[in-house]
Design a protein around this ligand. Structure first.
Ligand code: ARG
Length: 252
């Protein structure tokens, strides 16, 4: 293709994708593009080739209420919010905690669960935040776990991993002293691999977890919030939550 033609085509594509799609436009199209990670069980993970988990089912239930289908995208955690800015997808659901910093870049919907970061270690003497002093702690890059562990006084080293499952693996292999991750992720890890001898300690912090849309995409934010209220009221949410976690994890 000639360079001028290629340039014209590129400009046309950029022009089409310059604005976030409103809910009306998504509805007309019939499909919402939702991005997640797929490496954070029980919230979003792969079972064979299939993206599944609590958040995947919740998003499917939301889409059903909204009268649209979902076109899924699975990407690394650190690419998810940036892609919203570039209109590469309409919505992100990947256990993002609502933080002031993130809220500057994207618009959060109402939270779909409440949880927090907990300490996991093999050594039963590592349970409290104070016990992290002098220790090597594994966390996933770009997470609120990293942010909070960095503030704990006296931690020897914070080791970053692109995937939370790799941070967990480092602990299982004995390459770090502790792993800080979501309480329900930790619970699932302990249950799925009892032989690893992992023990869950205290919360480091608590947070509200929500999906996100492009900054200022109010029509989509409102549509998601309405659908979320509906699935929380009609038992759909509770059933999904109990399926993956044996309890209702909504914020109270
Ligand atoms: N809740 C944490 C945060 O907000 C971790 C999210 C990790 N999500 C994931 N899909 N790996 O940063």
């Amino acid at each position: 293709m000639k360079t001028t033609k290629l340039l014209a085509l590129t400009l046309a594509l950029v022009a089409v994708r310059a604005e976030a799609r409103t809910f009306e436009e998504i509805k007309k199209d019939g499909k919402i593009i939702v991005a997640s990670e797929g490496a954070f069980p029980p919230f979003n993970f792969f079972r064979g080739p299939t993206l599944t988990g609590f958040e995947i089912d919740v998003a499917e239930a939301l889409a059903k209420k909204m009268g649209v289908g979902i076109e899924w995208r699975a990407l690394s955690f650190d690419a998810l919010l940036a892609g919203l800015r570039q209109d590469r997808w309409d919505m992100v659901i990947a256990s993002f905690g609502i933080t002031e910093e993130r809220a500057k870049a994207v618009t959060f919907t109402n939270p779909h669960y409440c949880s927090g970061g907990v300490i996991v270690a093999k050594d039963p003497a590592i349970r409290t935040v104070k016990d992290l002093a002098g220790k090597i702690v594994a966390v996933q890059t770009g997470t609120t776990y990293l942010e909070h562990v960095q503030k704990v006084p006296g931690v020897k080293e914070v080791k970053n991993f692109p995937k939370d499952t790799d941070a967990r693996a480092a602990l299982v292999a004995g390459r770090v002293d502790a792993w800080v991750s979501d309480r329900f992720v930790a619970k699932a890890a302990l249950e799925s691999n009892p032989a690893a001898g992992l023990k869950m300690g205290d919360f480091v912090f608590v947070e509200r977890i929500a999906s996100a849309v492009k900054k200022g995409n109010t029509s989509l934010e409102k549509a998601i919030d309405k659908a979320l209220a509906e699935i929380m009221a009609d038992g759909t949410y509770e059933a999904i939550s109990k399926k993956y976690m044996n309890e209702d994890v909504r914020c109270r």
